[in-house]
Design a protein around this ligand. Structure first.
Ligand code: AMP
Ligand code: MG
Length: 340
């Protein structure tokens, strides 16, 4: 049995007043999806600590792959207990937050953000938005909120609540209507995990302003090309989050297994094949949202099992290619691809 994804039938529009913010926070804490305005574009928010809610974000957007999502916080202190902030990160935060700059930093060991939110990476993009309603919402939620732009995959980023509803009505619980977004382009994404700060995506915070503060930064992608893709999600295939830095298990991965050997670990979907040396169940009921939520946890767990138990690799049972299965299979193909 393969379950089709269930979306909220009716999307509420909530006013950006204290009652609306309280309702939005309640929905987010309960694991529902709520779009909300920021100074850049409308974000499609989910409780970042709830892997199932994060999986629903990819489902609602119809994304064919798992991009790492930016986690939103009400202030720098809240962000920096979850990621490791260098002195450079603190200087940038002091100068640009709240504002349209996302910083990619290493996750702390006890970081509660679901692995799926960072697409399995050991790093996390964090940001404090410069918008009073968004900040009030983040304070009320009291948890990091993962939020990509609130549009269907392949469509342009929304800057009004109406745009959000055009793409996502019936697929999310609510939109918090805080009017028109001021900046209108996404945040700048700056990776601080390497030897040198590196621009991964140009956006609302200009390179000139960043360089005026910290000196020259490297460009992750040709900026002329990046300028072209800022508005579109056609960025996806070139997205730095999907490149070589992406988490891949050390163990060889064998896809579409219909039998499993006793020297293999098994990533199961539905009734497990018999005979494996170690097992991780993505979803016993073949629920693709549950499988997406478990994917990166499962790959890591089995990778450790293979190393500890001297197994030869990870066999993966077939998953259907519809709904979130598309993104799951995309990620599994990357995990199984020959290493360079
Ligand atoms: P969106 O969620 O649509 O605003 O896109 C977020 C973008 O931020 C992704 O496409 C990535 O390019 C980038 N990003 C987020 N987290 C990371 C990360 N941990 N490492 C590298 N890039 C990231
Ligand atoms: Mg986007």
């Amino acid at each position: 049995m393969t379950q089709t994804l269930a979306f909220a039938a009716i999307t509420q529009t909530l006013a950006a007043d204290s009652a609306g913010i309280a309702d939005a926070a309640r929905l987010l804490r309960a694991g529902s999806l709520v779009a909300f305005g920021t100074e850049t574009v409308y974000g499609l928010g989910a409780d970042a600590t709830n892997a199932r809610a994060v999986a629903q974000v990819f489902a609602a957007k119809g994304r064919p792959h798992f991009n790492p999502l930016i986690c939103h916080y009400p202030d720098a202190d809240a962000a920096f207990v979850q990621v490791e902030a260098s002195d450079l990160a603190r200087r940038l935060a002091a100068a640009f937050w709240p504002g349209p700059l996302s910083l990619v930093l290493p996750r702390r060991a006890d970081c509660p953000v679901a692995l799926l939110a960072g697409a399995g990476l050991p790093t996390l993009a964090v940001r404090v938005p410069a918008h009073p309603t968004a900040l009030a919402l983040l304070r009320a939620v009291g948890r990091p909120v993962a939020a990509p732009s609130a549009n269907r995959s392949g469509q342009v980023s929304p800057t009004t609540a109406r745009h959000v509803l055009e793409g996502l009505a019936g697929r999310i619980a609510a939109v918090l209507d805080s009017g028109v977004c001021r900046v209108g382009v996404e945040s700048t994404v700056l990776d601080l995990c390497g030897d040198r700060p590196c621009l991964l995506r140009p956006g609302g915070a200009t390179v000139e302003a960043i360089e005026a503060l910290i000196g020259p930064i490297a460009r992750g992608i040709a900026v002329a090309e990046a300028a072209r893709i800022v508005h579109a999600e056609a960025e996806a295939p070139r997205s730095p989050g999907l490149g070589v830095s992406h988490y891949a298990p050390d163990a060889p991965v064998r896809l579409n297994a219909d039998v499993v050997r006793s020297d293999e670990a098994l990533l199961a979907f539905g009734r497990p094949l018999e005979g494996s040396g170690a097992l991780f169940q993505l979803s016993a009921t073949c629920d693709l949202t549950e499988a997406a939520a478990n994917l990166f946890v499962g790959l890591r767990r089995l990778d450790t099992d293979v190393a500890r138990q001297g197994l030869t690799g990870i066999a993966v049972m077939p998953l259907p290619g519809h709904d979130l299965g598309l993104a799951i299979n995309d990620r599994l193909r990357r995990a199984a691809a020959p290493r360079v």
